[in-house]
Design a protein around this ligand. Structure first.
Ligand code: MLT
Length: 251
């Protein structure tokens, strides 16, 4: 469970990486794709996001420009980073260009060297686990965190994916204390799994105990928290592809 900044290529080479920024970037991406969004271009830099959106619009591609910093919509941007901004009637058939404080940075940092990068959240945890099992490669779970710090909600979502994988591939793991598991889990993954067992019946409760969850609540974004806590609402698993600037970000 490395954070984006701590990623070293050796941990990622050839693996399936799953990136989590539950509050709210990956939840927003999963929601947009589930609601018919044509594709999401994840960008780190604000000016580059504006440039990408202008380029796509110039090519008559229907595009939405969205950005967040510190939980707020970037001044001058038409859209922010709430998943509730992207119902089908708004996002269907369009390309979403998104830049956020932590999530898009983690996604774009993970793409180097991995075999596949999946976008994970509580909304699609079971579908992510099923796809990771089908891909049959080592899995690295990347938690975006907040400003480089540990994030309870991201680790909870990672733990939900681990729990789903264990139940699919090694159900005895949960009940046996002695049988060597067939799934080789890192200790951090075991810790995340137990976090998931603790909050499985009510993931929303975890957001009341997380720093970023409390911040968003204080900003009047309780509806976002309710949405992002909704476990296994969608079966979509967005896959991140490296879009090179010189290729004009093909979607
Ligand atoms: C992030 O990328 O750090 C989050 O998505 C921030 C937010 O939207 O509150």
């Amino acid at each position: 469970l490395p954070t984006a900044e701590s990623i070293v290529p050796a941990e990622l080479t050839g693996c399936t990486a799953v990136v989590f920024d539950v509050l709210r970037a990956t939840s927003t991406i999963v929601t947009a794709i589930a609601h018919g969004c044509r594709g999401v271009v994840t960008v780190v830099d604000t000016a580059e996001a504006q440039e990408v959106a202008a380029r796509l619009a110039g090519e008559n591609t229907p595009v939405l420009l969205a950005g967040e910093r510190g939980g707020e919509k970037i001044p001058g941007f038409p859209h922010g980073n709430s998943p509730l901004e992207y119902p089908p009637e708004v996002v269907g058939g369009k390309v979403l260009v998104l830049t956020t404080s932590n999530g898009t940075r983690a996604l774009n940092a993970t793409i180097e060297g991995t075999h596949t990068v999946l976008v994970g959240s509580l909304l699609n945890a079971r579908a992510v686990a099923q796809k990771a099992c089908r891909l049959g490669r080592d899995v690295t779970l990347v938690c975006a965190g907040t400003q480089g710090k540990f994030s309870l909600e991201d680790t909870l979502a990672a733990g939900m994916v681990v729990l789903e994988m264990v139940e699919m591939m090694d159900p005895g793991w949960l009940c046996s204390n002695h049988q060597p598991p067939s799934l080789d889990l890192a200790d951090l993954a075991v810790a995340a799994l137990h976090l998931a067992l603790a909050y499985r019946e009510n993931p929303r409760r975890a957001f009341n105990r997380s720093h970023h969850g409390r911040k968003l609540f204080s900003m009047g974004l309780a509806a976002d928290l309710d949405w992002c806590a909704s476990l296994n609402t969608f079966e979509v698993v967005p896959v991140l592809k490296a879009a090179k600037k010189e290729n004009g970000y093909p979607i």
